[in-house]
Design a protein around this ligand. Structure first.
Ligand SMILES: CC(C)(COP(=O)(O)OP(=O)(O)OC[C@H]1O[C@@H](n2cnc3c(N)ncnc32)[C@H](O)[C@@H]1OP(=O)(O)O)[C@@H](O)C(=O)NCCC(=O)NCCS
Ligand SMILES: [Zn+2]
Length: 269
C-alpha cells in the first residue's frame, strides 16, 4: 500500500475532484490485478478503464510536457537583456550563447493582480508545478493577491508559441529568513543569517522545453522586474528547499565559493 500511496501523491487532482485518488485505488480487474497505470512521460498514475481518469491524464500530460495554452493578451511583457552572463568557470558558455539568441516566438510576462484570466491560468500551471515538487498548493497569495491584501511578490511566465512553457514565483523576504546551504551535503549553515532580498518560491519549465535556458531567463526577469526600477544582485536571490534539478540550476546561476572550499547556495526558510 505504501507504494500506492506515494504514487497517488504524484497524481494530478483536478479542482473539485478530491475523491480521485480513492477511485484509482478501487479499480481492480476480476482477477484482482490493478488497472492503475503510471505514465512514464508525465509520471501520473491513473485508472486505465476510467473515462474520467483518462481525460484527466490527457490534460495533465499535455500541460506537463508542453505547458498550458496561453492567450495573447495575458500578462504584461517584460524585457531581459539578450546576453545572460555565465559564471567564468562554466564549460558550456557556447551553448548559453546559442540559448540566449533563441528568443523567437517567445516572451516573458508579469502576471497582473486583478486580472482574473491570467491569474487563473497561472494557478493551473502552479497546480502542475506543486504536484511535481510535492509542494503545498496554497502558496499563491503573495503574487496573486488571493486571500491577501498586500502583494509581497510576483509571478512571471515564459510564453512560447502561445503556451506557458515555464513559470517563476518570487517573494520579497523579510530580514532573518536567509541562510546559506552547503551544496555538497545540502546542510544549512546555522551560524549566519544573511539578508537576502528575493525568495524563489517556485520555478518550473515544462518537460519538452527544459535545457534551453528558459529557467535562467525567468530568473533574470524576476531579478530585474520584481522591485520596479531596482534590479537585484543575483546573490541576493535565495532558493527555497531546492530540488535536485533546482540545486543544479542554483549552482549555475548564483552559488558562491566559500574560503573553506565549499560551494554555498543562498536559501531561505
Ligand atoms: C530546474 C528547472 C526549472 C530548470 O529549467 P531549465 O530551463 O531546463 O534550466 P536552464 O536551461 O536555464 O539551465 C541552466 C543551467 O542550470 C543547470 N541545470 C538546470 N537543470 C539541470 C538539470 N536537470 N541537470 C543538470 N544541470 C541542470 C545547467 O548548468 C544549465 O546550464 P547548461 O545546460 O548550459 O549546463 C527544470 O528542470 C524544472 O522545471 N524542474 C522541475 C521543477 C523543479 O525542480 N524546480 C526547481 C525547484 S527549486
Ligand atoms: Zn502522461
Amino acid at each position: 500500500m505504501a507504494s500506492r500511496e506515494s504514487q497517488a501523491s504524484k497524481s494530478y487532482r483536478p479542482k473539485g475532484k478530491s475523491k480521485y485518488i480513492q477511485s484509482q485505488i478501487q479499480f481492480t480487474s476480476a482477477t484482482g490485478a490493478s488497472k492503475v497505470t503510471k505514465c512514464t512521460k508525465c509520471e501520473m498514475t491513473y485508472a486505465r478503464d476510467s473515462v474520467e481518469d483518462i481525460a484527466s491524464h490527457h490534460q495533465y500530460h499535455d500541460m506537463h510536457l508542453r505547458g498550458r495554452k496561453w492567450q495573447a493578451g495575458w500578462g504584461h511583457p517584460v524585457s531581459i537583456p539578450n546576453g545572460i552572463p555565465s559564471p567564468p568557470s562554466s564549460s558550456s558558455s557556447l551553448s548559453h550563447a546559442r540559448k540566449n539568441s533563441n528568443l523567437a516566438n517567445s516572451k516573458i510576462v508579469f502576471i497582473r493582480p486583478n486580472h482574473a484570466g491570467e491569474i487563473n491560468a497561472t494557478l493551473d500551471i502552479m497546480q502542475i508545478v506543486n504536484d511535481e515538487l510535492s509542494a503545498p498548493q496554497d502558496e499563491n497569495g503573495f503574487w496573486s493577491g488571493i486571500n491577501q491584501t498586500t502583494l509581497q511578490g510576483k509571478a512571471f511566465v515564459y510564453v512560447k508559441n502561445n503556451r506557458a512553457a515555464g513559470v517563476i514565483t518570487v517573494e520579497v523576504l523579510e530580514p532573518g529568513r536567509g541562510r546559506w546551504m552547503v551544496y555538497r551535503d545540502k546542510s544549512i549553515v546555522q551560524s549566519v543569517k544573511p539578508n537576502f532580498i528575493l525568495g524563489i518560491s517556485r520555478i518550473w519549465v515544462c518537460r519538452s522545453e527544459r535545457a534551453q535556458g528558459i529557467a535562467t531567463k525567468l530568473l533574470e526577469a524576476a531579478r530585474l522586474h520584481t522591485i520596479t526600477d531596482n534590479p537585484i544582485e543575483k546573490h541576493y536571490m535565495a532558493w527555497s528547499q531546492p530540488s535536485e534539478s533546482g540545486g543544479r540550476l542554483a549552482l549555475r546561476y548564483n552559488s558562491m565559493k566559500h574560503a573553506s572550499g565549499e560551494t554555498l547556495i543562498p536559501c531561505y526558510l
